[in-house]
Structure formats: structure tokens, C-alpha cells
Design a protein around this ligand. Structure first.
Ligand code: SAH
Length: 358
């Protein structure tokens, strides 16, 4: 397998997803690394993650911030706190920040537009939004205010499963899959992605998830394991042993790494992060994901008092995801990688031939 390998067909995808032989898997990691290198060089972009609010009106079955969680104290960061985080990203040499939030139309579009404009006026940062399914007018306003990218994971390609785990607010609400091309039309780079091991996700579904990333021609792809949150009915059932369908995909780090490596092969140009949910219990936070083809790390810059309230999955897991800048730099050095400079958008230039002397 090399950077010029033919596209993976369905049978090959499924075979890789079921592969457990370490020697064969070493070939998958090597293939993904070769493609990452051909399209992204040895550069890893660092993005500062700022979790600006945990307010949410949705009832996503997997997420601890669902609106039914009445015990969770809700917050909205102040604009100057967000700006302070952005300044910290710049001091660390990052080229972009990601503003992520629960989904709440009560967070005024104009308020966020002002925050985006203030960041763009003060810093040469790319701004990525992870605000969920807001009105297209809101996204248009944010784009005019300077936002560059929008993340909206489709969570699962199985439409029936998505409706069950991510129920719409109204029967006539457009699906988030319909929103992604609209966001691209507005001029955003678009990101999607999915969770691995969601109860109800079969191997066929996971292959569909990967093929959907390619079909959408995503600029960014986020893939992380489903981490059961005890503050959700789905998480409680999972922890009690109810793991889903026949042919259920496990929510393991290994399965997630296989999916990540295959996404790299299918979507060579995409920016693919080593997500926080991956390797939460491992001291080598990002190494396996970087070896499997990831080229982005998103250290969390959210102030600790808010961070523990951004409760998508259990706090131990969140706390274990290390954000120490020095650790990230040491990991990159260990793999012969370098932090990227500048905004680090999707590279659309021709790839370097894989066997060209370096
Ligand atoms: N409201 C925004 C951001 C949600 S949090 C939106 O809907 O896009 C970002 C991502 O975290 C989600 O898209 C989901 O893929 C992931 N996530 C949520 N709960 C999770 C869980 N229990 N385990 C793993 N990932 C989770």
C-alpha cells in the first residue's frame, strides 16, 4: 500500500475493519502515514479548542450535555474570556481556534459574530465553529464576520440510527447532513465525522460512515470512540452491558484507529485530528493517532472551571486528555513531525510523489 494505491473498495474496507493481526495492521498504519506525508508533509497543525458554552436544547442520546441533564450547571463564556483564550493560542504559536458549544438558539448569533470579529481583528487566526445545527442565516452572518470553517459531525451515516440517537427538534427539521453542503456554499471549509462503537453501529454502517466522508469530500474529519456517559440513558444501558446490534462495532481505541487510517486513505487531503476521546487512558495521548494518519491536534484551551462543565462524556476521560503544550511538542518530536505555522487549511496542491528523496 502506498500513496498512489487505488481507492479502497468496500470489501477491502470491511476486511481492514475486521483485521486484528498486528503485522497486517502495521501495514495499514504505514500506508496511512505515507499518504499523510505525501499530502501534508511532516506537519501537524495545532488548533486551540475553546468550549464557549454547554447550553443545549437537544436530546442527543450519547451526550452528557443533553437538555435532559438538569443537574449540569450551564455556562456561556464571556467575550473577553474567549479573547483571552485566543490570545493564548497565539502565544503558543497556534494558527487557528475552534469555538465549540452545545446547540442553543438562545446564544445570540450577533453576540458570536462580534466575538468572531474581535478575534479576527486582533489575531491572524483561522476560526472554526462547532455550534451545531443553527439557522443558515446565523452561519452566513458568522461567515461574514470572519469565521473560516464549520464542524458538524454527522455522527452516523445510518439515517434511522441518527434520528434515534440525535432526535430532531421538529419533525420538519432538515437533517444535519443537508446543512453541510449549504455551509460549503457559504464559503466555509466543512468538517464532518462520526463516533466509533455507537450502540447500533454495525461493521457495514462503519464502512458507510467512511464512504460518506469521501462522498461529502470533507475538508476535516473528526473520528472518535463513543464514550458512554452515565448521565445519559444510552450510556447507562451501555455500561449495564447492552451493547447494541448483532455485528456491533466495539468502541475501542483500536477500532477508532483503523477507521482513522482508512479515512486518511480515502480522503488524503482532509485535515484529520487526533481527537480528545481517543487514547484518554493512555499516557501516549496522540502518538497512535498520528501514526495512523492524523495531522491535527486540538489542545483544549477552555478555562478549567468551564471545562469540567463541558460534559459530553465522563470527567475522568476529559481530564485524562492532556493539553500540555510541551507534551504535544515532545510527541511530535518523537515521530519526527513539526508543528505547522499559519491557519493550516486543507491543502489542495498536488501531492509529493511518495518515493521522492526528502
Ligand atoms: N453541539 C455541537 C458540538 C457537539 S460536541 C454539534 O452538535 O455539532 C462535539 C462532538 O462530540 C459531537 O459531534 C460528538 O461526535 C462528540 N460526542 C458527544 N458525546 C460523546 C460521547 N459520549 N462520546 C464520544 N464522543 C461524543
Amino acid at each position: 500500500m502506498n500513496a498512489a494505491a487505488p481507492p479502497l473498495d468496500r470489501a477491502a474496507l470491511l476486511a481492514w475493519l475486521r483485521e486484528d493481526d498486528p503485522a497486517r495492521l502495521a501495514q495499514l498504519w504505514a500506508g496511512a502515514t505515507a499518504v499523510r506525508r505525501a499530502h501534508h508533509d511532516d506537519i501537524v497543525h495545532l488548533r486551540g479548542l475553546i468550549e464557549i458554552s454547554n447550553r443545549c436544547v437537544r436530546r442527543c442520546a450519547y451526550c452528557g450535555m443533553w437538555s435532559g441533564n438538569k443537574d449540569l450547571q450551564r455556562y456561556l463564556m464571556k467575550k473577553d474570556e474567549i479573547l483571552a483564550c485566543a490570545a493564548r493560542a497565539v502565544r503558543r504559536g497556534y494558527g487557528s481556534v475552534v469555538l465549540q458549544s452545545g446547540e442553543d438558539p438562545g446564544i445570540p448569533a450577533k453576540w458570536l459574530a462580534d466575538a468572531i470579529a474581535a478575534i479576527k481583528a486582533a489575531h491572524p487566526l483561522a476560526v472554526t465553529l462547532g455550534m451545531g445545527e443553527r439557522e443558515l442565516d446565523d452561519y452566513a452572518l458568522w461567515r461574514r464576520s470572519g469565521a473560516d470553517r464549520a464542524l458538524l459531525r454527522f455522527e452516523t451515516s445510518d439515517a434511522a440510527l441518527r434520528r434515534r440517537l440525535h432526535p430532531p427538534l421538529r419533525a420538519d427539521q432538515p437533517d444535519r447532513l443537508a446543512l453541510l453542503p449549504r455551509l460549503r456554499d457559504l464559503g466555509y471549509e466543512i468538517g464532518g465525522g462520526f463516533m466509533v462503537g455507537l450502540p447500533g453501529q454495525s461493521y457495514e454502517t462503519l464502512a458507510d460512515d467512511l464512504e460518506l466522508c469521501a462522498a461529502l469530500d470533507l475538508d476535516m474529519i473528526g473520528i472518535g470512540p463513543y464514550l458512554p456517559c452515565p448521565d445519559t440513558p444510552l450510556g447507562r444501558r451501555f455500561l449495564a452491558g447492552d451493547r447494541g446490534v448483532a455485528d456491533q462495532v466495539p468502541n475501542s481505541d483500536l477500532m477508532t484507529l483503523k477507521a482513522l487510517a482508512l479515512a486518511r486513505l480515502l480522503c488524503p487531503e482532509a485535515n484529520i485530528p487526533a481527537t480528545t476521546a481517543l487514547a484518554v487512558a493512555s499516557p501516549e495521548k496522540h502518538l497512535a493517532a498520528l501514526r495512523a494518519g492524523a495531522n491535527v491536534i486540538m489542545p483544549n484551551l477552555t478555562p478549567p472551571a468551564y471545562r469540567r462543565l463541558y460534559h459530553i462524556y465522563p470527567d475522568q476521560a476529559r481530564a485524562a486528555g492532556s493539553d500540555a503544550h510541551d507534551l504535544v511538542l515532545a510527541e511530535l518530536r518523537q515521530l519526527g513531525l513539526r508543528p505547522g505555522a499559519g491557519p493550516g487549511g486543507r491543502p489542495r496542491e498536488l501531492p509529493r510523489p511518495p518515493d521522492q528523496p526528502r
